[in-house]
Design a protein around this ligand. Sequence first.
Ligand code: B12
Ligand code: SF4
Length: 473
Amino acid sequence: MKVLFMSPPARDMLFPTLGIAYMTALLNREGHEAMIKEGLNRSFEELVRAVGDINPDIVGITMNTTTRFECLKMAEEIKKRYNIPIILGGPHPTLMTDQILRNYPFVDYIVKNEGEYACLNLINALEKKQDLRKVMGISYRKGKDIFHNEKAEPIMDLDSLPYPEYKFFNLKNYSKNPEHPKELLGYPVGSIITSRGCPYQCTFCSSSDFWGHRIRFRKAECVVDEMQHLYSKYNTKYIVFNDDNFTADRKRAIDICKLIIKKGLHKEIKWLCRAEVNIVTKELLMWLKKAGCHLIEYGVEDVSPEGVKFFKKAHTLKQLFDAFKLTHEAGLEIRSYVIVGGDHETPENIAYKRKIIEQLNPTITTASLLLAYPGTEIYENGKKRGWWDDSVWLKPCIGKKFHNNVPIYPSKDMSLAELFSAAADINYWWNNKKGNINLRNMTNTFLELVKRRDFSKIFHMGKSVVMRKMRGQ
Ligand code: B12
Ligand code: SF4
């Protein structure tokens, strides 16, 4: 079958979308004709018109919660113009399957959770006109009825999957991102995922439910072969490891580093990864540095005992300090992710967070508002408290209660506008201090708010700039 995978229009992306690249590679290996039209730097009209030119048998769109309306609009238009069957996959359709099938008649199939084999089995069954009842991991509409099949088994041997197919991405388009190392701007950027699943259950995250609580790892050899493949075939000199926790198995992470060095790839490629502070050791960090890692991202989220408890983070303050100290000593840069908001959030807690960030001294800090994504504990909490219900996903979430089309989790002691200003303030304060203020990102946020006519946030953004100027920051 001729299958076209698509991502929605985007102006800025850090690296190519792995999910649709994996499925394209698998379908092609299994005898189908799969391809990708990516949304980066393409307009809505360009993407929809491409479907007419390519004339596929079926279109698959990758969708998360923030991109849901663009994806649905694309699906609707494609159906209207070409009457082609549509499959959706990704976090949002997995978590809100029934709602999507009931409300959007132009969506024919949803592939839930991990997509590779479920999608392949669906395409095979459609091609052979077989009964879909036996295809695990999918939901679908038949006439007026909606069917939800059994969940598919997780893929235990991730190394049996082919490498993601990159040839349909313009990898150079990702190379201009100011967040990437300056000396590598202009080189194609690659992304690799070496494990799936997460044993933790942070209250704001749906990742562990989506992929499973047991981590499935790829072998070190296979990971480094993929790096070699990206370098030899695409001249990729910058790679982002997209695992939720790249170092979850310390021995495997060190083995990957040793193999990178053995193959000499550390001289050619720079890379970054994400880790949890309670896992890293001096030895591990030393190997990461030697093997070309330049930046490690830690999910700090909050630092007070109340905050750590609210988010169900697994670390202590001591582990944070120890990990940051060792990481600095290893010569690695650090990005710390922090969250503003939660039942425990107060102006005093924010001041404490800032004080600890200063002591931890990361290279970059990214502070985000606490947003209630579907499938998370905080989303369910909010539902029980009557703050929102599932209908929130059906309409554009505009106004001060929302950010990026997702509800903001309210705090007792701070208004939503104060939370918004506090997050923007931390980002500006720390990143300005470290000399990495990114004008392009600030401008993009501003333009996005204008586009959504979110005047309350524009007001607070402006107010916080004026306040900073008055404080001489
Ligand atoms: C890397 C990453 C990013 C990158 C994006 C890179 C990119 N180009 O895709 C960056 C850093 C930019 C990013 C940004 C954001 N991200 Co993010 N991100 C991830 C992360 C860590 C890995 C994604 C990945 O590569 N996975 C590996 C591939 C193989 O999986 P996949 O793409 O999901 O695809 C599989 C299935 O979903 C499915 N599938 C996917 N698409 C399709 C399509 C079809 C047709 C089919 C059949 C199947 C299918 O099959 C695929 C193969 O198994 C995930 C967490 C995770 N572990 O997945 C979070 C995650 C996807 N991100 C998340 C969020 C919330 C965000 C942000 C909103 C954060 C923010 N506050 O700004 C933004 C949104 C950006 C945007 N506009 O979409 C959430 C999404 C939750 C949700 N309900 O949508 C996740 C799940 C993390 C979480 N903690 O909950 N993110
Ligand atoms: S935030 Fe990270 S550590 Fe926490 S559950 Fe999600 S993926 Fe796991």
